[in-house]
Design a protein around this ligand. Structure first.
Ligand code: ZN
Length: 330
């Protein structure tokens, strides 16, 4: 019963308890709970001596910041014998999770991160490069995320549980068409909130680079392997646009982003992966040149039609003149 109460207190529903089970949800909540100003904090009330020290060190070991004062906090852990109602009431003025010692020990149990082993939140059918942990209903609220533009102070509404944002990138690029748990669903505002508040863990490679830098993906995505490059290179583009983002892997899992204008065939700001440009261009041409050829062919066909029309026009005119001349002289 303590487990169910605790899970609900931290914002999850009965349906989720039935679907995922209590042990999984407690594991999830240990790492993915709503934080205060992007940091998970805790205050212990009514504990002292050895007991307090051991609780504090356990909290720190789990990445929590231990606070000494009542204020904006994530958790307030209260000793059951603590009767200072004045301090408790003061803590209640803030939006915090009140837990007791047993509950604290229940959430912050020892153990490795296993959330990504659950196929209901880390969906196997989604390609590995896009697959992210799907936030549960403790993230079902609207968060305000500031525009990334220097010239705008607009704030967007992000809901991680519903997987929505009200920005134009989200709507225009029909990101809602991708399922929850797919990084392509995320615009940069969602990635930013996901990174700083949901705090995903245990993700590597290009996915880590995209999330760390809040780079959102375009509609099409291609993995390229070059003989001279150890890890795959990724192209992210939309054929209706004109830019292809290139995520290029260097040593030690370091990626670099380059932007290639495939309509005009140049690298923006002339920034390119030196030493690999020739090979890379061959790969880029394979994707973007056929499109150009296709349009060229279409264009030639249209031009041919136009010429045919002109020729036909001349013939009709010539026949018309002959008839007129024939009528005049006959
Ligand atoms: Zn957005």
């Amino acid at each position: 019963m303590i487990k169910i109460d605790l899970i609900k207190k931290l914002g999850l529903s009965d349906d989720e308890i039935n679907l995922y089970g209590t042990d999984f949800l407690l594991q999830y909540l240990k790492y993915h709970h709503n934080t205060t100003y992007y940091v998970s904090t805790i205050l212990f009330l009514g504990f002292e001596g050895e007991e307090l020290n051991s609780l504090k060190s356990k909290a720190k070991g789990n990445g929590l910041e231990v606070k000494e004062r009542i204020g904006e906090l994530t958790f307030v852990c209260v000793n059951e014998n603590f009767k200072d109602s004045k301090r408790i009431n003061k803590a209640k003025e803030y939006d915090v999770f009140f837990i007791n010692k047993n509950e604290f020990l229940e959430i912050f149990k020892e153990g490795e991160y296993l959330v990504n082993k659950n196929e209901n939140v880390y969906i196997k059918s989604i390609r590995e490069e896009f697959r992210i942990i799907k936030p549960l209903s403790n993230f079902d609220f609207t968060a305000k995320v500031k525009s990334f533009s220097f010239t705008s102070d607009f704030e967007y509404d992000v809901n991680l549980y519903k997987g929505t944002c009200n920005c134009s990138d989200y709507t225009n690029n029909r990101r809602f068409g991708y399922q929850q748990g797919d990084l392509r669903r995320y615009c940069k505002h969602m990635i930013w909130y996901y990174r700083d508040v949901f705090k995903p863990r245990e993700f590597f490679g290009v996915k880590e680079y995209l999330i760390e830098n809040c780079y959102s993906l375009k509609k099409d995505f291609r993995r390229i392997d070059l003989p001279k490059v150890e890890k795959p290179i990724y192209f992210s583009y939309d054929l209706n646009g004109q830019d292809c983002d290139i995520y290029f892997p260097y040593k030690n899992n370091v990626y670099e982003k380059y932007c290639y204008d495939f309509k005009n065939e140049y690298f923006d700001f002339d920034e390119k992966p030196n030493g690999y440009v020739r090979d890379l261009r061959l790969e880029l041409n394979k994707i973007f040149r056929p499109e150009k050829e296709f349009y060229k062919k279409k264009k030639t066909r249209a031009e041919k039609k136009e010429i045919d029309a002109n020729v036909n026009g001349c013939i009709y005119f010539f026949v018309f003149i002959v008839i007129v001349l024939f009528l005049i002289f006959s």
